[in-house]
Write a protein that binds this ligand. Structure first.
Ligand code: FAD
Ligand code: SIN
Length: 522
């Protein structure tokens, strides 16, 4: 099947849906999403969305907190406009129907998280992401000009390469004409031609064994843009959330929001002693990279599998009122957080790098925009400040939408694009090969490319990955296409980018910490 749309959006999280809603008055929109519409990391977000709403907070304080967390690698101009535009974007989310908690006097009941100098995180108890996602889905479903294709899987970005024209990346002449999409109803690959394409495919936590990310987070968009010769940057900066619930049978790992530490919960070691004073004066609320490394170190010293988060000194009623989901989840596992300590461990959570974009969300490929976790805008630098991700998504989807609307009338479809060529693919993919390779990939990344790295570990990871890469390319080229094998291929591409970019960073910065450069850090 072949379709033409003005705006093609890959992904139904906060980045994809806010963009879709904004461009829909200006043309036909198609949103492609690989599972159900709400199967997104957005739906999982707990803590909230950071924004400056009123005094004593100021834009300047939020800007400085973001820059400090980013360890010198944030693009200050990007940080400044993202934060000064935050209030307008929040008002828009509210106008669409999002409810953020208020206190008795009618003011927003703001939370505090690691690295924030003020209470500035808007939330909906501990289910902020679900509240936002449900609101956006509601709006999108009502919109007559937005078509949503659920369970459709984007495979590759279409460029002039598909016309048989060699692409010269140095002259940055790559143009995007749309996307090849796997249609589960026909088991065929459809060609969706678009004037403007937005890649909003989210993160890549599933390249690790332990992750807070849902199963959809396999780095597809980053891998697609990389194969299409777009620039991918800052992939070495993988954020590990310090406090995922220790429950080894469960994937994804359940998050224990940092807002709980903002509310007063304290990290303790296996024997019940506080330890953060050894690492940072901000204690349990130091920025995430510092807390995750501190826990990693404590676990190495003690040989235990987890540390504790202690809420027992906090008011039980407030605890249950503000964190009902965490309370219920822990209780379902026999942990009453008002009486028992919560066992926690770091887990892969967020990728700061990704598809390089400019201030309007434009990638280095013409007519291709990117927003959300898969994009690298310059906002987060070497380490993202908590709750800045949802914010970055709404700001950049807004900016990208305004730019794309202006450009639309100057863009034509490329009808010469051929349909997907499935010739020569005869092997029905063997699932066991795919699942086993995925587990091997996750083990490689967790063992050698985790919170603490070294040149030797990175080289070992690369050597192991090369074999997986060759086997998977061979399987992919012979197999009838399915999303599972394509996801594996994407995860291998993304893992390769993380390792390669980690190898070229010869210093310790933010989330990238190598034993080889320990002494260089002041
Ligand atoms: P997502 O919401 O992940 O959406 C990605 C979309 O792309 C999905 O619809 C998916 O199906 C689709 N997709 C992917 N690949 C394909 C493909 N090949 N074909 C078709 N569709 C595809 N950030 C904050 O700012 N505050 C928080 O409190 C917070 N808490 C978090 C808690 C958890 C447990 C997690 C996992 C993350 C949290 N984050 C938080 C991070 C934040 O939720 C994400 O970074 C953000 O939601 C990403 O939004 P997105 O729109 O870019 O991607
Ligand atoms: C959390 O609630 O701790 C997650 C916040 C984030 O990832 O920004």
């Amino acid at each position: 099947m072949r379709t033409h749309v003005d705006f093609l959006v890959i992904g139904s999280g906060i980045a994809g849906l806010t963009f879709a809603l904004k461009v829909a008055e200006h043309g036909k929109v198609c949103v492609v999403t690989k599972q159900k519409m709400d199967d997104t990391a957005t739906s999982y977000a707990q803590g909230g969305i950071a924004a400056v709403m009123h005094t004593p907070d100021t834009y300047e304080k939020h800007i400085q907190d973001t820059i400090i967390a980013g360890d010198g690698l944030c693009n200050e101009k990007i940080v400044r406009f993202t934060i000064t535009e935050s209030t307008d974007r929040i008002r828009e989310l509210i106008s669409w129907g999002t409810n953020f908690d208020k206190d008795e006097s009618g003011h927003y009941d703001l939370a505090k998280e690691g690295g924030h100098s003020e209470y500035r995180v808007l939330r909906h108890k501990d289910s902020t992401g679900k509240e936002i996602e449900d609101t956006l889905i509601d709006q999108v479903r009502k919109h007559p000009k937005i078509e949503v294709l659920e369970n459709h899987y984007a495979i590759d970005i279409i460029t002039q390469h598909h016309l048989g024209i060699e692409v010269n990346i140095r002259t940055s002449d790559v143009t995007c004409y749309g996307v090849y999409v796997f249609n589960p109803k026909t088991n065929q690959v459809d060609t969706i031609l678009a004037k403007v394409t937005l890649v909003a495919t989210g993160g890549a936590g599933n390249i690790y064994s332990n992750t807070t990310n849902p199963t959809i987070s396999t780095g597809d968009g980053i891998a697609m843009v990389y194969r299409a010769k777009g620039v991918i940057e800052n992939m070495e900066f993988v954020q590990f959330h310090p406090t995922a619930l220790f429950h080894p049978q469960e994937r994804p790992s359940f998050l224990i929001t940092e807002a709980l530490r903002g509310f007063g919960a304290i990290l303790k070691d296996y024997s019940g002693k506080e330890f953060m004073q050894k690492y940072d004066e901000r204690l349990s609320l130091a920025p995430r990279d510092i807390v995750a490394r501190a826990i990693d170190n404590e676990l190495k010293i003690s040989g235990e599998d987890f540390v504790y988060l202690d809420c027992r000194h906090l008011d039980k009623n407030d605890l249950i009122r503000q964190f009902p989901r965490i309370y219920a989840k822990c209780l379902s596992l026999g942990i009453d957080i008002s009486r028992d300590q919560i066992p926690v461990v770091p887990a892969a959570h967020y990728i700061c790098g990704g598809i390089k974009t400019d201030e309007f969300g434009r990638s280095t490929i013409r007519n291709l925009y990117s927003s959300g976790e898969c994009a690298s805008t310059g906002m987060h630098g070497a380490n993202r400040l908590a709750s800045n991700s949802l914010l970055e998504s709404v700001v950049f989807s807004h900016r990208a939408s305004q730019h794309a609307i202006e450009c639309l009338s100057h863009i034509d479809y490329c009808n010469a694009i051929p349909d997907w060529n499935a010739e020569g693919m005869v092997l029905t993919e063997e699932m066991i090969l795919v699942t086993q390779s995925q587990k091997e990939l996750q083990a490689i990344m967790s063992s050698y490319v985790g919170i603490v790295r070294s040149n030797l570990r990175l080289q070992r990871a690369l050597d192991r990955l090369n074999l997986l890469y060759e086997e998977t390319e061979d399987l992919y080229n012979k197999s009838i296409l399915t999303p599972r094998i394509s996801e594996l291929r994407n995860m291998i591409n993304v893992a390769y980018l993380v390792i390669k970019q980690a190898t070229t960073r010869k210093e310790n910065k933010g989330l990238h910490y190598s034993l080889d450069y320990r002494k260089m850090k002041s």
